[in-house]
Ligand binder design. Structure first.
Ligand code: ZN
Length: 373
């Protein structure tokens, strides 16, 4: 059993155009801890550090990755957007789209981030690793082909899948996005395709405000291959697992993928500043187990998790470690320091009736073929 962990220090240096003292960041000047946006390097760096401190990283295949190539990028993004992004990045930074400020060198950093996802997917697709985690930064799941938004500058997952498919690997891929925000970018890339199933579990009307509805089920060839599961605030551990059992796992079984890629955000966690969903580290561990069991049955265990959001610097490392413990089937864990508190606040058995009812209603909807048009 070999589990990969792909990361690069360079990605932690992505900035919103900050300065270090009076020095413009870029080149060899490392940014200070970013102010302003919640998306910063510490959530990721602390996650990686925790793997070292517990010793789990010794049991993982720790790897870097090359930049993705221009051809890799062109499979997902139009040349006009790439040229505009590269020019602004070379000129010292700027902002394109919505909530995606970037500093100098962001094009290369984002290309490295996508490279981590590409390398992880390729290694698992070719059987060099059983499964893998790519610690990408900047994240990718909001990025549309020609419109960056929500801290995402390149669609890492789509770039990775397209590169593997160009090699003739993994013809059918399922993307499960459990980041608390709707995976609008990945949905946009694959909305009219039947070979890539996209499923997004997200807090309803969080971000973006106007996407991610149950009715949005794909178009043309892709009709039925896009599933949105908008969840009301407070869903909690038991609600997430029920949504997985009732909606996600049946959809994955019916699709019969060659690989499952998880858009792995930890911002549904109870301590996240950007959501109100009450998931815990054990929620992410349990969902990982569910996916791994299914992947063993359908696709030789091929699972790749690609890091997306998650904004609690204190708690993200424990959620991330919980996923890694599962992927590596390891005895090394990082016990959740908030577990006792969370158990009192939401006993696992106490799934609210209206939450369960809503999930079962949605599950019924997905059993019917989507209306044409
Ligand atoms: Zn998110």
């Amino acid at each position: 059993m070999a589990t990969g962990f792909f990361w690069a220090e360079e990605t932690f240096w992505h900035s919103g155009g900050n300065y270090a003292l009076t020095l413009p960041v870029g080149g060899l000047v490392q940014p200070l801890v970013a102010g302003g946006l919640p998306e910063g390097p510490e959530t990721k760096r602390r996650f990686r550090n925790l793997l070292d401190v517990t010793g789990l990283s010794k049991d993982l295949v720790m790897s870097g990755a090359d930049y993705v190539t221009w051809d890799d990028l062109l499979r997902v993004h139009p040349e006009s957007y790439l040229t505009e992004f590269k020019s602004a990045s070379d000129a010292g930074g700027g902002e394109l789209g919505l909530r995606t400020p970037f500093g100098p060198g962001a094009f290369e950093i984002a290309s490295r981030s996508a490279g981590l996802a590409k390398a992880a997917v390729a290694a698992v697709a070719k059987g060099e690793l059983d499964n893998a985690y790519a610690l990408c930064r900047p994240p990718g799941h909001h990025c549309l082909p020609d419109w960056p938004n929500g801290f995402c500058l390149l669609n890492n997952i789509a770039i990775a899948i397209e590169a593997a498919q160009a090699e003739g690997d993994i013809p059918r891929v399922a993307v499960l996005d459990w980041d608390v925000h709707h995976g609008n970018g990945t949905e946009a890339v694959y909305y009219e395709r039947s070979d890539v199933l996209t499923i997004s579990l997200h807090q309803e009307k969080n971000y973006p405000l106007d996407t991610g509805d149950v009715e949005d089920r794909g178009r043309g060839e892709g009709l039925g291959a896009n599933i949105n599961v908008p969840l009301p605030p407070g869903m909690g551990h038991a609600g997430y697992l029920l949504a997985m059992e009732e909606i996600v796992l049946p959809a994955l079984r019916a699709f019969n993928p060659d690989m499952i890629v998880v858009a792995c955000g930890f911002d549904a966690a109870a301590f996240d500043p950007l959501s109100r969903m009450m998931a815990t580290a054990e929620t992410f561990a349990a969902m990982t187990r569910q996916i791994m069991t299914l992947a063993d049955e359908f696709c030789d265990g091929r699972v790749v998790c690609v890091h997306e959001g998650g904004y609690s610097e204190a708690y993200v490392p424990f959620c991330g470690h919980a996923v890694m413990t599962e992927l590596a089937q390891s005895d090394i864990s990082a016990p959740d320091p908030m577990e006792a508190t969370l158990r009192v606040r939401q006993p696992n058995a106490r799934l609210q009736d209206f939450h369960a009812e809503l999930i079962r209603e949605m599950a019924e909807t997905f059993k019917n073929p989507p209306p044409k048009g």
